[in-house]
Ligand binder design. Sequence first.
Ligand SMILES: Cc1cc2nc3c(=O)[nH]c(=O)nc-3n(C[C@H](O)[C@H](O)[C@H](O)COP(=O)(O)OP(=O)(O)OC[C@H]3O[C@@H](n4cnc5c(N)ncnc54)[C@H](O)[C@@H]3O)c2cc1C
Length: 598
Amino acid sequence: MSHYQAPVRDIQFVIHELLNSETHYQSLSNCEQPGQELIDDILVNGAKFAEQVVAPLNQSGDEEGCRFEGGDVQTPAGFKQAFAQYAEAGWLGLSLPEQYGGQNLPGSCAMMLGEMTGSANHAWSMYGGLSQAPVTCLLTAGSEEQKNTYLPHLISGRWGGTMCLTEAHCGSDVGLIRTKAKSNDDGSYSISGTKIFISGGEHDLTENIIHAVLARVEGAPSGTKGISLFIVPKFHSDENGNLTERNAVHCGSIEKKMGLKGSATCVMNFDGATGYLVGEENRGLEVMFKIMNSARIGTALQGVSMGENSFQGALNYARERTQMRALTGSANPDAEADPIIEHPDVRRMLLTQKALTEGSRALIYWLAQLVDQSKYGNEENAREADDLLSLLTPIAKAFCTEVGVEVTNLGIQVLGGHGYIRDNGQEQIARDARIATLYEGTTGIQALDLLGRKVMGSQGTLLRNFTKRIHKFCEAAGNNEEIKPFIEPLQALNKQWGELTMAIGSKAMSDPNEVGAASVDYAMFSGYVALAYMWAQMAQLAQQKIAEGAQATEFYQAKLATAEFYFQRLLPRAGSHAKAAEASGKAMMALSQDAFAF
Ligand SMILES: Cc1cc2nc3c(=O)[nH]c(=O)nc-3n(C[C@H](O)[C@H](O)[C@H](O)COP(=O)(O)OP(=O)(O)OC[C@H]3O[C@@H](n4cnc5c(N)ncnc54)[C@H](O)[C@@H]3O)c2cc1C
């Protein structure tokens, strides 16, 4: 039995109270403007679906895994029916254009569904998530004919989709792509090459699969400047969407892997498959980056999903499991021992899980609103949102997935030896969570993007935009004595962020390795400060609500206590990351390759 209960109250707090959804949606144009009632309706029904339909398939999906036979992939029992139910409810198209069958709601409305289904069953949620790849490609750069051919079926869930970048020799460095595209007389292309690690490359959930494939047209320049984007359907179709002949793209095998066993990770062979160019030749990466930015926020969200599920399991256990006595004497004198939640160290673990997960949730849901502004806001709001997203997307992807791994490991620790036992569920969550720091750009690649491209590349402008915003918040909040314990450390770290950047920048002038050496510590420092900004706002709001005598103050008191824990026990980690990032990178580069083995 799954323990997962969607955190409806906390999501409502973030969306409605912290991020003021009503005002936010009213500021958008050219999309539906949902009121609180509609959001709550999606939330409550999504919660029911996640808890009752997909969560029960999580453990069985992990045990059963995907099966590969004769080129076909069979997903675990129940996955197909759950996917059909999800599609039937119209959730695949929640934030997609109405003209192709979507509901035209802003993207942030789909965020909560992503979180809840991801918590309930990460592997299952991959199939719907990946279908967004060809959808975004086509909406960004597809022709009208391409949009009409593919989008209605992808959005209705009749067809699935993939994103095909990775090749055996080419992972982080997409410029190394070798898959070839040869122009045919009829305007189509023949695609040849092998892609690896393709999520949902083959499966039995949908009748057709539409691959978004990066390949190099014959004679194209080497590196990233010669990469084009193609749509390659598994089956061709006629003008009514009926399937016709099979295309020359086949699954060669599926990977045996650490976690996410219900999600098929496929080797895909393109043997002269017919593909259709999306956008212009050699400009495929520009389109793919659009997908990758939203996919990175989606992957950051997986850190929250996994963290929430792990926290809930750990909390239930800690309240029931009795071992030894509380340090202050018996909390439960009638029983032979006290519940482990009475022990400070167990509380340390639970509160670390809670503070990192709820803080990351607030950060990511804010980013989702920025994506809405970037798409549907007025010119000024859109520009401001784009700048914030440029800086904050790699921070969220790196930080929220790294702390997601920490949180899910703590979930095992709270259960002691029982956490290591499969039946108790925690080890699966930790295995499933591990992938999020790897795909959609590893933590190392996000950190380089942040420090090298976004911060240094903009001469500090993108960072200054954000630190100014934090500064303004601190100035406005500073007179309130009660929230000073949150504002003062945030103010200090905000100032340190600029100084740290200058220090690394000046070292990098004489040695470019200094940027690479500092980058991951810099990204983690940035993540802790960004979360402190979210926690300070949540603390301020909670205090306000308590002062106003709001109903159910326990919720706000718990928020406040968790904010205090974050500032006292977790934020000091930012200092260590800053120290490490500031230190010379010379020791890192001193050893020869051979000397590593001594
Ligand atoms: C389960 C699963 C699902 C996946 N799904 C998909 C999918 O649907 N579609 C798809 O196209 N791909 C997919 N991938 C591939 C995934 O995106 C890649 O594995 C990832 O991008 C990293 O590439 P790589 O594994 O080749 O590692 P590499 O690029 O070889 O990196 C190895 C290590 O070197 C580091 N590194 C590399 N270059 C640098 C540098 N310049 N500076 C600092 N450090 C560096 C990395 O951070 C990493 O730690 C999936 C992978 C898995 C395991």
